[in-house]
Design a protein around this ligand. Structure first.
Ligand code: PLP
Ligand code: COI
Length: 364
């Protein structure tokens, strides 16, 4: 156990890491979230004791009692961010402090203890350091970091658990969507919503994703890559996608994105707003009705739309499908404004252009 904002992570190197040849083979075409590095971070928490047994150790299964609270009431939160190998050989993360802050907000909503934000960022740095060989060095590749925390107490009563496990795993990734940076089709769910006012939509809570799987399946059955959720009250206003925020590009160049509230406050979303604003583009947070999207796309007022998030970066939306019809965004190809903003963001993330915002966090 240690006080302050840091934990003392004990480094226990994996005695049997994969060979360099095996690693190279695994990293040829990693896809998203299928390949994992040799190590993981773990730290335990107990009420009255605080955080203890913080380690970087060999990645391995986690033994769990069948009565562990998370298996019953889903008290689990997570984060997602990336580490990049830059052309000059340095290794950086994008805005890990923002993920740390959101982890705290999510923990509050799920009645969980707070991991000190300094310890969160430090845990990532340590894992990246031991697993540095796993960071891809191609244009699209990165090391996706997945910190998460769950209720590990063995107890079936419905109340906040008194014991938790914090874990970080890492996965070398390419593009989130199978076909790379090509426009995706999205399905507007007629039946299901993601988040109600007062609910858990703004937290990065595992249960939100469990609830999105059936509508996501419906999207796939309709030939779409992602589901778009409408608000839970009127089923009228665009919220966000299953795992991404959304932006609309109007014919006068204005960017419009739905306001915070029930949606996940995306770190990519916020970075895009800042960049576009500083580049002289009008950026407006306001509710957009699905009917407005459809009508404005048909009359050429909305020219482009894109999804954004850590995993998806910025992905153009090509076609919108809904019960009873479909419409295209522009001519269905990647829009210039979307791709311009994407380049602007990715160039900062990968150290190809200057970062006046202090977003890029050097690790190695
Ligand atoms: N919305 C949802 C539901 C998400 O899961 C994500 C992904 O993390 C995002 C938005 C985008 O958030 P960020 O840009 O912080 O990755
Ligand atoms: C991310 O972008 O990091 C996400 O978490 C989206 C999805 C993989 C859940």
């Amino acid at each position: 156990m240690s006080g302050g904002d840091k934990l003392d992570f004990e480094i226990r190197p994996n005695p049997q890491p994969v060979t360099a040849a095996e690693r190279a083979a695994l990293m040829v075409d990693p896809g998203f979230g299928r390949v994992f590095t040799d190590h993981m971070v773990t730290a335990r928490y107990a009420d009255g004791k605080g955080w203890y047994e913080a380690r970087v150790e060999a990645r391995a299964p986690i033994p769990m009692d069948p009565a562990s609270a998370v298996l019953h009431y889903a008290q689990e939160i997570f984060e997602g961010l990336k580490a990049y190998r830059n052309a000059d050989g340095t290794v950086t993360m994008f805005r890990p402090e923002a993920n740390a802050a959101r982890f705290t907000t999510s923990a509050t909503r799920l009645a969980m203890p707070h991991l000190p934000e300094g310890a969160f960022v430090d845990s990532l740095r340590r894992l990246i350091s031991v697993d540095r060989e796993w960071i891809p060095n191609d244009e699209e590749g990165s090391l996706y970091l997945r910190p998460f925390m769950f209720a590990s107490e063995v107890f079936l009563g419905v109340r906040p658990a008194m014991e938790y496990l914090y874990v970080v795993i890492a996965s070398p990734v390419g593009s989130y969507f199978k076909h790379g940076v090509k426009p995706v089709n999205v399905w507007v769910s007629p039946n299901y919503t993601r988040a109600a006012p007062g609910g858990t939509g703004a937290a990065k809570f595992g249960g939100n994703y469990a609830a999105s799987l059936l509508p996501q399946q419906e999207a796939a059955a309709n030939g779409c890559d992602q589901v778009v959720f409408l608000d839970a009250v009127e089923q009228r206003w665009i919220d966000e996608l299953g795992g991404m925020n959304i932006f609309f590009v109007y014919d006068d160049g204005t960017l419009v994105t739905p306001p915070l509230g029930t949606i996940l406050p995306g770190i990519t979303r916020e970075a895009i707003m800042r960049l576009a604003n500083d580049d002289g583009r009008a950026v407006i947070e306001r509710p957009v009705a699905f009917d407005e999207w459809h009508a404005d796309a048909d009359r050429g007022r909305i020219r482009e739309a894109f999804a954004c998030g850590t995993a998806a970066v910025i992905t153009p939306i090509g076609e919108v499908r809904f019960e009873g019809g479909s419409f295209k965004m522009g001519d269905g190809t990647s829009g210039d404004v979307t791709m311009g903003i994407r380049k602007r963001l990715v160039d900062i993330q990968r150290g190809r252009s200057a970062d006046p915002y202090g977003w890029v966090h050097k690790v190695l």
